[in-house]
Design a protein around this ligand. Sequence first.
Ligand code: HH2
Length: 285
Amino acid sequence: MELRFRGGSWDFSDGRVRLLGVLNVTPDSFSDGGRYESLERALERGIRMAEEGADAIDVGGESTRPGSDPVSVEEELSRVVPVIESLAKSVSVPISIDTMKAEVARRAVAAGASIVNDVTAGTADEAMNSVVAGSGAGYILMHMRGTPKTMQRAPRYDDVVAEVGTYLAARVQAATQAGCDPRSLMVDPGIGFGKKLRDNLLLINRLETLTSLGRPILVGASRKSFIGAITGQTNPELRLEGTIASGLFAVRRGAIALRVHDVAPMKRALQVWREIDRANDGTAP
Ligand code: HH2
Protein backbone atom coordinates (compact mmCIF):
# COMPACT_ATOMS: atom_id res chain seq x y z
CA MET A 1 0.00 0.00 0.00
CA GLU A 2 1.11 3.55 -0.63
CA LEU A 3 0.01 7.10 -0.01
CA ARG A 4 0.51 9.54 -2.83
CA PHE A 5 0.74 13.22 -2.12
CA ARG A 6 1.96 16.33 -3.86
CA GLY A 7 5.63 15.91 -4.71
CA GLY A 8 6.06 12.39 -3.30
CA SER A 9 4.63 9.23 -1.83
CA TRP A 10 4.97 6.89 1.13
CA ASP A 11 5.46 3.23 0.39
CA PHE A 12 4.16 1.32 3.39
CA SER A 13 5.42 -2.06 2.21
CA ASP A 14 8.41 -1.74 4.55
CA GLY A 15 5.96 -1.70 7.47
CA ARG A 16 7.46 1.48 8.90
CA VAL A 17 4.94 3.54 10.80
CA ARG A 18 4.86 7.17 9.74
CA LEU A 19 4.60 9.89 12.38
CA LEU A 20 2.79 13.17 11.78
CA GLY A 21 4.07 15.76 14.22
CA VAL A 22 1.37 18.12 15.50
CA LEU A 23 2.01 21.83 15.12
CA ASN A 24 -0.94 23.89 16.30
CA VAL A 25 -0.61 27.59 15.59
CA THR A 26 -3.69 28.42 17.62
CA PRO A 27 -4.31 30.23 20.89
CA ASP A 28 -6.68 27.53 22.16
CA SER A 29 -5.67 23.99 21.17
CA PHE A 30 -6.29 21.56 23.99
CA SER A 31 -2.70 20.67 24.78
CA ASP A 32 -0.37 23.10 23.02
CA GLY A 33 -2.62 26.11 22.42
CA GLY A 34 -0.78 29.42 22.62
CA ARG A 35 2.65 27.80 22.56
CA TYR A 36 3.61 28.23 18.93
CA GLU A 37 1.67 31.31 17.95
CA SER A 38 4.67 33.34 16.78
CA LEU A 39 6.17 32.41 13.44
CA GLU A 40 9.57 31.95 14.99
CA ARG A 41 8.43 29.54 17.67
CA ALA A 42 6.23 27.59 15.28
CA LEU A 43 9.10 27.23 12.84
CA GLU A 44 11.47 26.14 15.57
CA ARG A 45 8.99 23.52 16.77
CA GLY A 46 8.39 22.20 13.23
CA ILE A 47 12.11 21.91 12.52
CA ARG A 48 12.64 20.17 15.85
CA MET A 49 9.97 17.58 15.14
CA ALA A 50 11.48 16.91 11.70
CA GLU A 51 14.89 16.42 13.35
CA GLU A 52 13.30 14.04 15.83
CA GLY A 53 12.11 11.90 12.95
CA ALA A 54 8.61 13.15 12.11
CA ASP A 55 7.61 11.97 8.64
CA ALA A 56 5.31 14.96 8.17
CA ILE A 57 4.42 18.13 10.04
CA ASP A 58 0.70 18.69 10.50
CA VAL A 59 0.01 22.42 10.73
CA GLY A 60 -3.34 23.52 12.15
CA GLY A 61 -4.75 27.02 12.61
CA GLU A 62 -8.14 26.19 14.07
CA SER A 63 -8.64 24.21 17.24
CA THR A 64 -11.09 21.34 17.00
CA ARG A 65 -11.08 20.53 20.71
CA PRO A 66 -14.56 19.87 22.13
CA GLY A 67 -16.47 23.13 22.54
CA SER A 68 -14.08 25.23 20.46
CA ASP A 69 -15.35 28.10 18.33
CA PRO A 70 -14.78 28.29 14.58
CA VAL A 71 -12.37 30.89 13.15
CA SER A 72 -12.72 32.92 9.95
CA VAL A 73 -10.92 32.00 6.73
CA GLU A 74 -8.79 35.15 6.97
CA GLU A 75 -7.77 34.46 10.54
CA GLU A 76 -6.90 30.85 9.80
CA LEU A 77 -4.93 31.82 6.69
CA SER A 78 -2.96 34.44 8.59
CA ARG A 79 -1.99 31.81 11.16
CA VAL A 80 -0.98 28.96 8.85
CA VAL A 81 0.29 30.37 5.55
CA PRO A 82 3.45 32.09 6.87
CA VAL A 83 4.31 29.01 8.92
CA ILE A 84 3.87 26.67 5.96
CA GLU A 85 5.89 28.93 3.65
CA SER A 86 8.79 29.07 6.09
CA LEU A 87 8.62 25.41 7.05
CA ALA A 88 8.58 24.31 3.41
CA LYS A 89 11.95 26.02 3.01
CA SER A 90 13.34 24.54 6.22
CA VAL A 91 12.28 20.88 6.33
CA SER A 92 12.40 18.15 3.72
CA VAL A 93 9.43 16.17 5.04
CA PRO A 94 5.95 16.87 3.67
CA ILE A 95 3.71 19.38 5.41
CA SER A 96 0.05 18.67 5.96
CA ILE A 97 -2.59 21.29 6.58
CA ASP A 98 -5.19 20.49 9.22
CA THR A 99 -8.23 22.40 8.04
CA MET A 100 -11.89 21.99 7.19
CA LYS A 101 -11.96 24.93 4.79
CA ALA A 102 -11.33 24.47 1.06
CA GLU A 103 -9.87 27.95 0.66
CA VAL A 104 -7.38 27.36 3.47
CA ALA A 105 -6.46 24.01 1.91
CA ARG A 106 -5.95 25.63 -1.49
CA ARG A 107 -3.76 28.44 -0.16
CA ALA A 108 -1.84 26.07 2.11
CA VAL A 109 -0.97 23.81 -0.81
CA ALA A 110 0.13 26.87 -2.82
CA ALA A 111 2.34 27.79 0.16
CA GLY A 112 3.99 24.37 0.20
CA ALA A 113 1.69 21.84 1.92
CA SER A 114 1.49 18.38 0.31
CA ILE A 115 -1.29 16.75 2.32
CA VAL A 116 -4.72 18.03 3.39
CA ASN A 117 -6.00 16.73 6.73
CA ASP A 118 -9.72 17.39 7.06
CA VAL A 119 -11.36 16.30 10.32
CA THR A 120 -14.72 16.54 8.55
CA ALA A 121 -13.61 14.37 5.60
CA GLY A 122 -14.85 16.93 3.10
CA THR A 123 -18.29 17.37 4.65
CA ALA A 124 -17.92 20.85 6.19
CA ASP A 125 -17.02 22.59 2.94
CA GLU A 126 -18.53 21.27 -0.25
CA ALA A 127 -15.61 22.60 -2.30
CA MET A 128 -13.04 20.62 -0.31
CA ASN A 129 -13.04 17.37 -2.31
CA SER A 130 -12.58 19.10 -5.65
CA VAL A 131 -9.94 21.49 -4.32
CA VAL A 132 -7.91 18.57 -2.99
CA ALA A 133 -8.47 16.60 -6.21
CA GLY A 134 -7.19 19.52 -8.29
CA SER A 135 -4.17 20.06 -6.07
CA GLY A 136 -2.75 16.53 -6.19
CA ALA A 137 -2.36 16.63 -2.42
CA GLY A 138 -2.70 13.61 -0.16
CA TYR A 139 -6.02 13.63 1.68
CA ILE A 140 -6.72 12.46 5.23
CA LEU A 141 -10.41 11.68 5.75
CA MET A 142 -11.39 11.61 9.41
CA HIS A 143 -14.62 10.56 11.11
CA MET A 144 -16.37 13.07 13.32
CA ARG A 145 -19.92 13.07 14.70
CA GLY A 146 -21.38 16.60 14.84
CA THR A 147 -19.13 19.67 14.99
CA PRO A 148 -16.33 20.48 17.48
CA LYS A 149 -18.73 22.87 19.21
CA THR A 150 -21.34 20.20 19.85
CA MET A 151 -19.73 16.80 19.31
CA GLN A 152 -19.27 15.73 22.92
CA ARG A 153 -22.83 16.60 24.01
CA ALA A 154 -24.45 13.21 23.56
CA PRO A 155 -22.59 10.97 21.16
CA ARG A 156 -24.43 7.69 20.69
CA TYR A 157 -23.79 4.79 18.39
CA ASP A 158 -25.38 1.37 18.03
CA ASP A 159 -22.11 -0.04 16.70
CA VAL A 160 -19.41 2.61 16.68
CA VAL A 161 -16.87 0.60 14.70
CA ALA A 162 -19.33 -0.33 11.95
CA GLU A 163 -20.74 3.20 11.76
CA VAL A 164 -17.31 4.81 11.51
CA GLY A 165 -16.38 2.26 8.82
CA THR A 166 -19.54 2.95 6.79
CA TYR A 167 -18.99 6.70 7.05
CA LEU A 168 -15.36 6.49 5.96
CA ALA A 169 -16.24 4.20 3.03
CA ALA A 170 -18.75 6.81 1.85
CA ARG A 171 -16.21 9.61 2.23
CA VAL A 172 -13.58 7.65 0.28
CA GLN A 173 -16.15 7.17 -2.45
CA ALA A 174 -17.15 10.85 -2.47
CA ALA A 175 -13.53 11.99 -2.67
CA THR A 176 -12.83 9.53 -5.47
CA GLN A 177 -15.92 10.67 -7.37
CA ALA A 178 -14.73 14.26 -7.05
CA GLY A 179 -11.52 13.25 -8.83
CA CYS A 180 -9.12 12.39 -6.02
CA ASP A 181 -6.68 9.60 -6.78
CA PRO A 182 -7.74 6.76 -4.44
CA ARG A 183 -4.04 6.20 -3.74
CA SER A 184 -3.90 9.69 -2.19
CA LEU A 185 -6.50 8.88 0.47
CA MET A 186 -5.86 7.96 4.07
CA VAL A 187 -8.57 7.22 6.66
CA ASP A 188 -8.78 8.06 10.36
CA PRO A 189 -11.40 6.94 12.94
CA GLY A 190 -11.25 10.35 14.67
CA ILE A 191 -10.42 9.45 18.25
CA GLY A 192 -12.17 11.91 20.60
CA PHE A 193 -14.40 13.45 17.94
CA GLY A 194 -17.98 12.84 19.07
CA LYS A 195 -17.09 9.69 20.99
CA LYS A 196 -17.46 8.49 24.54
CA LEU A 197 -14.63 6.73 26.36
CA ARG A 198 -15.79 3.26 25.36
CA ASP A 199 -16.25 4.33 21.72
CA ASN A 200 -12.62 5.46 21.58
CA LEU A 201 -11.41 2.25 23.17
CA LEU A 202 -13.45 0.08 20.82
CA LEU A 203 -12.25 1.99 17.76
CA ILE A 204 -8.63 1.33 18.67
CA ASN A 205 -9.27 -2.23 19.81
CA ARG A 206 -11.14 -3.14 16.62
CA LEU A 207 -9.23 -0.90 14.25
CA GLU A 208 -8.50 -3.80 11.90
CA THR A 209 -12.15 -3.60 10.78
CA LEU A 210 -11.17 -0.42 8.93
CA THR A 211 -8.47 -2.21 6.91
CA SER A 212 -11.29 -3.43 4.63
CA LEU A 213 -11.46 0.14 3.29
CA GLY A 214 -8.23 -0.63 1.47
CA ARG A 215 -6.58 2.62 2.52
CA PRO A 216 -3.81 3.35 5.03
CA ILE A 217 -5.09 4.11 8.53
CA LEU A 218 -3.97 7.07 10.63
CA VAL A 219 -4.77 7.31 14.33
CA GLY A 220 -4.58 10.48 16.41
CA ALA A 221 -4.84 9.48 20.06
CA SER A 222 -2.03 11.73 21.26
CA ARG A 223 -2.68 13.30 24.69
CA LYS A 224 -6.45 12.99 24.23
CA SER A 225 -8.91 13.12 27.09
CA PHE A 226 -9.80 9.40 26.94
CA ILE A 227 -6.27 8.79 28.25
CA GLY A 228 -6.88 11.18 31.11
CA ALA A 229 -10.22 9.50 31.79
CA ILE A 230 -8.35 6.25 32.40
CA THR A 231 -5.24 7.50 34.20
CA GLY A 232 -6.71 10.51 35.97
CA GLN A 233 -4.23 12.91 34.37
CA THR A 234 -5.93 16.21 33.75
CA ASN A 235 -2.88 17.85 32.20
CA PRO A 236 -2.69 16.71 28.54
CA GLU A 237 1.10 17.19 28.47
CA LEU A 238 1.44 14.42 31.04
CA ARG A 239 -0.35 11.82 28.94
CA LEU A 240 2.72 10.53 27.12
CA GLU A 241 2.61 6.93 28.35
CA GLY A 242 -1.06 6.64 27.42
CA THR A 243 -0.25 8.14 24.03
CA ILE A 244 2.45 5.54 23.45
CA ALA A 245 0.31 2.65 24.70
CA SER A 246 -2.56 3.60 22.43
CA GLY A 247 -0.26 4.26 19.48
CA LEU A 248 1.36 0.85 19.75
CA PHE A 249 -1.99 -0.87 20.20
CA ALA A 250 -3.33 0.93 17.13
CA VAL A 251 -0.31 -0.17 15.11
CA ARG A 252 -0.84 -3.77 16.22
CA ARG A 253 -4.39 -3.47 14.91
CA GLY A 254 -3.45 -2.00 11.55
CA ALA A 255 -2.58 1.70 11.87
CA ILE A 256 0.34 2.69 9.66
CA ALA A 257 0.51 6.33 10.68
CA LEU A 258 0.15 8.13 14.02
CA ARG A 259 -0.49 11.81 14.64
CA VAL A 260 1.49 12.74 17.75
CA HIS A 261 2.71 15.74 19.72
CA ASP A 262 5.73 13.89 21.18
CA VAL A 263 7.62 12.63 18.15
CA ALA A 264 10.90 11.42 19.69
CA PRO A 265 9.41 9.22 22.45
CA MET A 266 6.83 7.71 20.10
CA LYS A 267 9.55 7.00 17.57
CA ARG A 268 11.73 5.22 20.13
CA ALA A 269 8.80 3.18 21.39
CA LEU A 270 8.02 2.11 17.83
CA GLN A 271 11.64 1.14 17.18
CA VAL A 272 11.62 -1.27 20.11
CA TRP A 273 8.15 -2.58 19.34
CA ARG A 274 9.13 -3.19 15.73
CA GLU A 275 12.23 -5.19 16.55
CA ILE A 276 10.20 -7.42 18.84
CA ASP A 277 7.54 -7.76 16.17
CA ARG A 278 10.11 -8.71 13.52
CA ALA A 279 12.14 -11.09 15.67
CA ASN A 280 10.05 -14.03 14.59
CA ASP A 281 9.95 -13.46 10.84
CA GLY A 282 13.59 -13.98 9.96
CA THR A 283 14.27 -10.36 8.99
CA ALA A 284 15.62 -9.17 12.34
CA PRO A 285 19.39 -8.96 12.82
N1 HH2 B 1 -7.04 15.35 16.24
C1 HH2 B 1 -6.99 16.67 16.43
C2 HH2 B 1 -6.82 17.54 15.34
N2 HH2 B 1 -6.69 17.05 14.10
N3 HH2 B 1 -6.57 15.22 12.61
C3 HH2 B 1 -6.63 13.90 12.39
N4 HH2 B 1 -6.50 13.41 11.14
N5 HH2 B 1 -6.81 13.02 13.42
C4 HH2 B 1 -6.95 13.43 14.71
O1 HH2 B 1 -7.14 12.57 15.60
C5 HH2 B 1 -6.91 14.84 14.97
C6 HH2 B 1 -6.71 15.72 13.88
C7 HH2 B 1 -7.13 17.23 17.80
O2 HH2 B 1 -5.91 17.37 18.44
P1 HH2 B 1 -5.01 18.70 18.50
O3 HH2 B 1 -4.66 19.18 17.14
O4 HH2 B 1 -3.86 18.42 19.36
O5 HH2 B 1 -5.91 19.75 19.25
P2 HH2 B 1 -6.83 20.94 18.74
O6 HH2 B 1 -7.85 20.40 17.81
O7 HH2 B 1 -7.41 21.49 20.00
O8 HH2 B 1 -5.96 21.94 18.02
